[in-house]
Design a protein around this ligand. Structure first.
Ligand code: FUB
Length: 352
C-alpha cells in the first residue's frame, strides 16, 4: 500500500509538473492551435453565408527526407475547416480533394485558396505535375467544404505556388501567386521553365528582386484573362526592392485585402520569416512597402490570410507549436489592427 501510495504520489507530481510545463509552454504563444487532430498550415480563410471556412494545407509525415526544395512538404490531400465564429468550435470536414483524383498531378499539394461565384466554389491549388513542375489547378464544388472535382488540366500559363484569389468590389477576381526557392519561381524566365536554375542563379543581389505574379481571372473563373503581371513592390524612394533586401522582398505566401479603398498586398519574406505589407491604389499595383506586421513564428515557414468578420479584422497563420517540426504545422488566428495612418499594427506571435 505504502508503495502504491508513494507511486500514486509520484504519478501525481509527474502529472502536475507535466501540466505546469504544458501551461508554461502554451503561454509562450499569442494564440493556440485551432485543431490538434491533424496538422494544418497555410490557412486561407473566407466568410461564406456568415460562416468562417479555412482552406489549409494538410501536413503529414510522409517520410520524405528534408531538403532545400521542400520535398518533405509532401502533402496528399486537403481538409477544409469551418467554424461559426472566431472563438467557436472548429470542425474538420474531412477530405475535400486528393492528389490521386487530380488527373495531371504528380506530388506535393501545397497552399490552396478558394473563391465563390454564381453558386460555385472554386478551389485553386498548386501541385507538381508529372514532370515535377509546380502548376496551379482549379477544382469546383457546390458546397464550400467540397468534395471538389479537379479540372482535367492545370490553368494554362500558370506556374509556381501559393495562389491567393481576391475578388474586388466590382466582382473582378485576381490571382496572386508565386514563391521562390522550392516554389520554383526563379526557374521561370520569359515564360520558359529552366529546371537547372538554382535558387540563386536568377537573383543577383543588387538587381530588383523577383516579384510575385498577378493575373485577372476569366469570368468563368477557370482561366487567366490577359497577361500575367509582376507585383512590383517599391521602397521609400519609389525604387523596386532589391534581391539583397531579404528582410523586405517577396518570397512566398501572397494575400490581398482591401481596406478603406486601398489594396494591401501582404506576403512572407521567407528566409527572414517576416510577414510584410505593401499598399497600392489598384489590384495590379505598384505597391509601396509599408513594413513588417508580424514577427517570425516558431518554425521556418510563414504563411497567412487576412479577413474581416463582423467588423473586426483577423489574421490566420501557422506555427509549429504542436510538433516542433518545420513540416508539421498547426493553424491559428488572432486579431489584426489597421493603424490610423493605414499601416498594419505589428503582431508579436510569441510572448516575451
Ligand atoms: O506548405 C508548403 C509551403 O510552405 C507553402 O506553399 C509555402 O507558402 C510555405 O508555407
Amino acid at each position: 500500500m505504502a508503495i502504491a501510495a508513494s507511486s500514486a504520489c509520484q504519478q501525481n507530481a509527474k502529472t502536475t509538473s507535466t501540466q505546469t510545463t504544458d501551461t508554461t509552454k502554451k503561454s509562450k504563444y499569442l494564440s493556440q492551435p485551432l485543431i490538434s487532430e491533424i496538422y494544418t498550415a497555410d490557412p486561407s480563410a473566407h466568410v461564406f453565408d456568415g460562416k468562417i471556412y479555412i482552406y489549409p494545407s494538410h501536413d503529414i509525415e510522409s517520410g520524405t527526407p528534408e531538403n532545400d526544395n521542400g520535398d518533405h512538404f509532401d502533402m496528399k490531400d486537403y481538409h477544409i475547416l469551418s467554424m461559426d465564429s472566431i472563438n467557436g468550435k472548429v470542425k474538420d470536414n474531412g477530405v475535400a480533394l486528393s492528389v490521386k483524383d487530380i488527373p495531371w498531378a504528380g506530388r506535393q499539394l501545397w497552399a490552396p485558396d478558394v473563391a465563390f461565384k454564381n453558386g460555385t466554389y472554386y478551389l485553386y491549388f498548386p501541385v507538381k505535375d508529372k514532370q515535377d513542375v509546380f502548376r496551379i489547378g482549379v477544382a469546383t464544388a457546390k458546397n464550400p467544404v467540397g468534395p471538389f472535382k479537379a479540372e482535367p488540366k492545370p490553368i494554362e500559363g500558370s506556374f509556381s505556388i501559393d495562389p491567393a484569389v481576391f475578388t474586388d468590389t466590382d466582382g473582378t477576381a485576381y490571382m496572386y501567386y508565386g514563391g521562390i526557392w522550392g516554389g520554383q519561381l526563379q526557374r521561370w524566365n520569359n515564360g520558359k521553365y529552366e529546371a537547372n536554375r538554382s535558387k540563386t542563379d536568377s537573383q543577383k543581389e543588387n538587381e530588383p528582386a523577383l516579384n510575385a505574379k498577378v493575373a485577372m481571372l476569366s469570368k468563368n473563373m477557370l482561366r487567366f484573362d490577359g497577361a500575367v503581371k509582376d507585383v512590383v513592390i517599391l521602397d521609400e524612394n519609389g525604387k523596386p526592392l532589391l534581391t539583397k533586401d531579404h528582410d523586405r522582398r517577396f518570397f512566398e505566401g501572397a494575400w490581398m485585402h482591401k481596406f478603406n479603398g486601398k489594396y494591401y498586398f501582404t506576403y512572407s519574406t521567407g528566409d527572414t520569416h517576416f510577414l510584410a505589407s505593401a499598399i497600392g491604389d489598384n489590384p495590379f499595383g505598384p505597391f509601396k512597402y509599408q513594413g513588417t506586421f508580424m514577427n517570425p513564428v516558431e518554425g521556418w515557414t510563414t504563411h497567412h490570410s487576412i479577413i474581416e468578420v463582423k467588423g473586426k479584422w483577423y489574421i490566420f497563420y501557422h506555427d509549429t507549436q504542436l510538433s516542433g517540426k518545420t513540416h508539421l504545422r498547426n493553424v491559428k488566428v488572432t486579431q489584426l489592427t489597421h493603424n490610423a495612418d493605414g499601416t498594419i499594427a505589428l503582431i508579436e506571435p510569441m510572448k516575451k
